[in-house]
Design a protein around this ligand. Structure first.
Ligand SMILES: [Zn+2]
Length: 113
């Protein structure tokens, strides 16, 4: 049900922006989703179709841009993409790190008519 709430707030935002732009129809929605956000594209598409059916966004195409998870080592500053079961730094083997990318979830742009 995670995606339902997210899709609803995304749609609200899209409709608000479209209204501001004086649009009659939303053509395309470009979304940025980090790998770590746990969002499933198909779920968002499914809910979007359901939620938008009586709105000007009902024919909108959803485009998903995926951002891979990226971490930075707190010890040596190395930037790397962590493996699923190995979250240690490939440079110094330290396991203290911060996530610098992968939690993204936002609308990058909107195409309206
Ligand atoms: Zn390191």
């Amino acid at each position: 049900m995670h995606e339902l709430a997210i899709t609803q707030s995304m749609l609200d935002l899209v409709l608000e922006e479209a209204k501001k732009a004086g649009a009659e129809r939303v053509g395309k929605i470009n979304l940025v989703i980090g790998e770590m956000s746990g969002i499933v594209d198909q779920c968002v598409e499914f809910y979007f179709e359901f939620l938008s059916k009586d709105t000007i966004a009902k024919e909108a195409i959803l485009s998903f841009k995926k951002i891979p998870t990226q971490a930075r080592c707190r010890n040596c500053g190395e930037l790397f993409i962590p493996k699923e079961f190995d979250w240690s730094c490939p440079n110094c083997q330290n396991s203290q790190m911060e996530i610098v990318a992968g939690n993204e979830l936002y609308i990058e742009s909107l195409e309206v008519e």
